[in-house]
Design a protein around this ligand. Structure first.
Ligand SMILES: NC(=O)C1=CN([C@@H]2O[C@H](COP(=O)(O)OP(=O)(O)OC[C@H]3O[C@@H](n4cnc5c(N)ncnc54)[C@H](O)[C@@H]3O)[C@@H](O)[C@H]2O)C=CC1
Ligand SMILES: C[C@H](O)[C@@H]1OC(=O)[C@H](O)[C@@H]1O
Length: 256
């Protein structure tokens, strides 16, 4: 098992990519902290994931706390220490993408997106890194960024800068935290069919276009992201830091 004896925190783990990542980490022997928003729906989903994990003998706890709250990272770390005694891997995954046009972008939508996707993440990464430094055994931090860190989206002008920001944060943290043996990497998913884009992809023409953009001929599933995250979290990737791994079914390279 690739993550035996490691404690992994995953934010936004109640559903979608975060859930698939948390589940695969548990399958790989990790003790998992399931971060979620704290809503009733999030809590119910987190408990159901905990049940699934304990069903195969794994260990998981849930922590409800808004990703936009700058204290959430500290809460997740405290809960991990309380339950499992360490933090070895931190996966920053929670995010929102409320599609909206640029010229009339409401300030509230812009600020909520940046607060949820980037500002909270910055201090959560800081909290996890301080704990890893204290433990003295290194660690792994992985940001779930996006192909959208590299290319634009006309209805995502508030969102793409947050994904580019996470990518850049991991590059800088790879430098800042390398001396402590803490590796920092980014996963850049392409289009993965989840709740975040259910409405957008309900437009058949858009969906067909996004599928055509891939070279593998399909949209991604949350499970497609779990393996790459586990790899970066594991000692198999012990010399990988400051890297960005596109997991997009060939979407980015597919120009002509
Ligand atoms: N689905 C896709 O095509 C892609 C998704 N991503 C990124 O992957 C990450 C996960 O998204 P998906 O699983 O696709 O969507 P999703 O909507 O299924 O999951 C988002 C997760 O973030 C959590 N979350 C949202 N706001 C939160 C808050 N304020 N506090 C705590 N948790 C909060 C949700 O509860 C949920 O667990 C996001 O950061 C997204 O930007 C990146 C590239 C492509
Ligand atoms: C929400 C989008 O459909 C999804 O998220 C991203 O980061 C990419 O732009 C995907 O298409």
């Amino acid at each position: 098992m690739l993550l035996a004896d490691k404690t992994v925190i995953v934010t936004g783990a109640s559903r979608g990519i975060g859930r698939a990542v948390a589940l695969e980490c548990a399958h790989q022997g990790a003790r998992v902290v399931i971060g979620h928003s704290g809503s009733a729906q999030g809590r119910t989903a987190a408990f159901s994931l905990m049940e699934e994990i304990s069903g195969f003998g794994g260990h998981g706890i849930e922590v409800g706390s808004d990703a936009a709250d700058l204290d959430t990272g500290g809460r997740l770390v405290a809960a991990a220490l309380d339950a499992f005694g360490s933090v070895d891997v931190f996966v920053n995954n929670a995010g929102i993408c409320p599609f909206h046009s640029f010229l009339d972008m409401p300030r509230e939508t812009y600020l909520r997106t940046v607060d949820t996707n980037l500002n909270g993440a910055y201090f959560a990464v800081q909290a996890a890194a301080n704990q890893m430094k204290k433990q003295g055994n290194g660690g792994a931090i992985i940001a779930v960024s996006s192909i959208s860190a590299l290319v634009g989206g006309g209805m995502q002008t508030h969102y793409t800068p947050t994904k580019a920001g996470l990518h850049s944060l991991m590059q800088s943290c790879a430098i800042a935290l390398g001396p402590y043996g803490i590796r920092c990497n980014t996963v850049l998913p392409g289009t993965i069919a989840t709740d975040i884009n259910q409405e957008d992809l309900a437009d058949e023409e858009k969906r067909a276009y996004m599928i055509r953009r891939t070279t593998l001929g399909r949209l991604g599933a949350p499970e497609d992201i779990a393996g790459p995250v586990v790899f970066l979290a594991s000692d198999m990737a012990r010399y990988v830091t400051g890297a960005a791994l596109l997991v997009d079914g060939g979407m980015f390279v597919n120009l002509q």
